[in-house]
Write a protein that binds this ligand. Structure first.
Ligand code: NAP
Length: 284
């Protein structure tokens, strides 16, 4: 699995599993735990979750699957990179340690590898950063970062004490949503900070695109796999497609091996043109 360097020299896997919409209902719990477990067996080593997803339910799904895999000796904890996110309304001096403790309990883990502020809220950035740094000192998180931050937010973060210790920014990025290529992605590359791309396959919609499908036919893969291969070919970008269906989990992992030709890329640029001016950050 290709890895992506963090600013402090550590690395994270370049492909992971998203978990939004998991943990929302008891009826689908067993199949979701099985999906995360299968992902680990197939070789996924990055899992992205959040306290928001299923109001803790997704973290419980991840916790159950990881506990099973660890107990079965299928992986070591240090091989796995778990990302979770704190709600902005919890991102205060006292709110962050409490929220982190609840997440750790649901995840059944001693530490979170990367803990993100889910989006900007009312608490001042310096307070959030100080609380993240305290969690790092206590060993409860290894790295912290942000999500849904545009260039102006990142600049503001850099001016806060220890703000430059931010390890990653997670934003909406897919071949159909290229706005960040104008300014945010170059900014992140310049600061050697990974861009974690959420909705990397347009929430499944890119599977219906004719141009992606035609390129896919030439390679013997699906349209979705072409979209993901394009994304994973971007330097400094980490993709976290969510999948529950076993065939989706396998396809997405295989997409990481697909190398698109210069002609494929040129055709994709014509169909999904890169931005020519500043665009506001896409969000879901
Ligand atoms: P996504 O990963 O772009 O798409 C997920 C959808 O695509 C699911 O319906 C899935 O179906 C389907 N799918 C997966 N693989 C496929 C394949 N190979 N072929 C066809 N369909 C496929 O969308 P997302 O879940 O919104 O985003 C990914 C992750 O990013 C989230 O799960 C979450 O962890 C994170 N995220 C973060 C934020 C943020 O604000 N930081 C916002 C949104 C998302 P099945 O599940 O049925 O297999």
């Amino acid at each position: 699995m290709r890895t992506c360097p963090l600013p402090n020299g550590a690395t994270m896997p370049a492909l992971g599993l998203g978990t939004w919409r998991m943990g929302e209902s008891k009826r689908s719990r067993a199949s979701e735990v099985a999906a995360v477990r299968l992902a680990l067996q197939l070789g996924y080593r990055l899992i992205d979750t959040a306290e928001m997803y299923g109001e803790g339910g997704a973290e419980e799904v991840v916790g159950e699957a990881v506990a099973q895999a660890l107990a079965a000796g299928e992986l070591r904890r240090d091989e796995l990179f778990v990302v979770s996110k704190v709600y902005p309304h919890n991102a205060s001096h006292t709110g962050i340690p409490a929220a982190c403790q609840r997440s750790l309990q649901r995840l059944r883990l001693e530490h979170i590898d990367l803990y993100l502020l889910h989006w900007r809220g009312q608490h001042p950035l310096h307070e959030t950063v100080a609380a993240f740094e305290a969690l790092k000192r206590q060993g409860r998180v290894r790295h912290w970062g942000v999500s849904n931050f545009d260039v102006d937010d990142m600049e503001e973060l850099m001016r806060v004490e220890h703000g430059a210790r931010c390890a990653a920014n997670q934003v909406y990025y897919a071949i159909s949503e290229r706005g960040i290529e104008y300014d945010l992605l170059p900014w992140l590359r310049e600061h050697r900070m990974p861009c974690m791309a959420y909705c990397p396959i347009g929430q499944g919609r890119l599977g219906g695109d004719e141009v992606l499908a035609a390129i896919g036919r030439a390679h013997g893969v699906s349209a979705t796999q072409v979209a993901l291969a394009w994304l994973l070919g971007q330097p400094g970008v980490v993709g976290i497609p969510k999948a529950v269906r076993p065939e989706h989990l396998r396809e997405n992992l295989a997409a990481a091996q697909l190398v698109l030709s210069a002609e494929d890329r040129a055709e994709l640029d014509r169909h999904f043109p890169p931005p020519r001016h500043k665009q506001s950050l896409a969000m879901t």
